[in-house]
Write a protein that binds this ligand. Sequence first.
Ligand SMILES: Nc1ncnc2c1ncn2[C@@H]1O[C@H](COP(=O)(O)OP(=O)(O)OP(=O)(O)O)[C@@H](O)[C@H]1O
Ligand SMILES: [Mg+2]
Length: 462
Amino acid sequence: MKQKILIIDDDASLRRVLEYNLQEAGFAVTAASSGEEGLALFTAAPYPLVITDMKMPGMDGLQLMTSIKSLSPGTLVIMITAFGTVDIAVQAMKAGAYDYITKPFNRDELLLTVAKALQLINVEAENRKLKEELTDRSDFRTLIGASPQMEKVCAIVRKIADTDASVLITGESGTGKELVARSIHSLSSRKDAPFIAVNCSAIPRDLLESELFGHLKGAFTGAVRDKPGKFELADGGTIFLDEVGELPLELQPKLLRALQEKEIEPVGSSHPRKIDFRVIAATNLDIEKALGEASFREDLYYRLAVIPIHLPPLRERKEDIKLLLKHFCVKHGAKKVAFDEPSLAAMLGYSWPGNVRELENMVERLLIMRSSDSLTLDDIPDKVRASGPAKASGKIINLPEGGYPLEKLEQEIVTEALNRCSWNQAAAARFLKIPRHTLIYRMEKYGIIPAKPLPEHESGKE
Ligand SMILES: Nc1ncnc2c1ncn2[C@@H]1O[C@H](COP(=O)(O)OP(=O)(O)OP(=O)(O)O)[C@@H](O)[C@H]1O
Ligand SMILES: [Mg+2]
């Protein structure tokens, strides 16, 4: 594609010289005869390079440059100045011109200056592209989190990434276990070798052994050729054993041996093969409980959990919610989207049983359905909105799924009212619209007393 250049000069003959020389050198040239006309053309479609005469009736070169730079800071401007006006040229450079040429100039001088400018433009464009790619890649591999819990996780990840220690990641579904595993791999010196993920609960029991360790031709009916297992595919890299808590008991000794000896034996073979792998395992089961019930071998557990990493559920690290919202908006190409305060409050109040995955899915859906870039309570799903401030749903309280004792509720309401009224009983009674003796009765019934004793004159008096 031809490089675009905009030239502006009120002198018709000079304009034609410029146009002719640049066109002949292979550029796509647009010419304007005044600053105003040039700016109109530039506003319609910006140019990476502008060559303008300095002195023109009406809008001069300096004014034009100021407008162009405010529209497109990356555009380079070359000034044409009259012979003997070096101080004016210096002034133009100070104001942001890339370079200047003095009239009269020859063709080579012009083309050299233009070539230099275009070289810079291309280098800058290249840099920008690289930078964008880089942030794209690093951003969506990295773990987002501002909470102390996530900071701790990130610190462990950084510290242990470039070792061969086995890692066991625990956490509820959707907390980011696989993402942590991938981050560890990509921060390690194995990063250019494969990361092979195996979901131990998704593969039928009788196929799992050959999936993991491979098999030889004829090892069992249907084994028509040799097949490498996941461990072999992960040679030099990392194997991620997802849902390891579901690994059948009878396979556990074989996995333990593979981890200890760093060698595997394909089904139907009696010759072990040496393999260089690092293992990262994950489970959303309470693995300690599985240990107690003897459905998971203790020796295997200790072998896997050299470095244990626990990912707390999202409801226990609400500080991460805002950051994750921003991250997922950017990830799904909607940088400008913002949430208002009530909708944020609702999201902070919600329990996120599906954790980060649920949040990401919600954001994706909202971005598709949205009619503007400012999202409010009306945009977010009902179940999330129900956790918002009272006025959101028109209700004062939202009861938990599993039910709630009325007495406890009453106790909480009375305490809250007293707190709001600085433990002034008469004021609290008025607030609850009950007689004062009813309030005192409730306080006695539930044993409600101020957290710290009040000075004599405040307790109970108006
Ligand atoms: N801290 C985080 N920062 C950015 N994205 C995250 C974070 N945690 C989770 N995610 C994203 O949430 C989604 C679910 O994460 P992931 O698949 O790692 O969860 P998981 O714990 O493996 O879930 P499951 O147990 O259901 O397999 C992914 O798209 C992941 O990129
Ligand atoms: Mg997972």
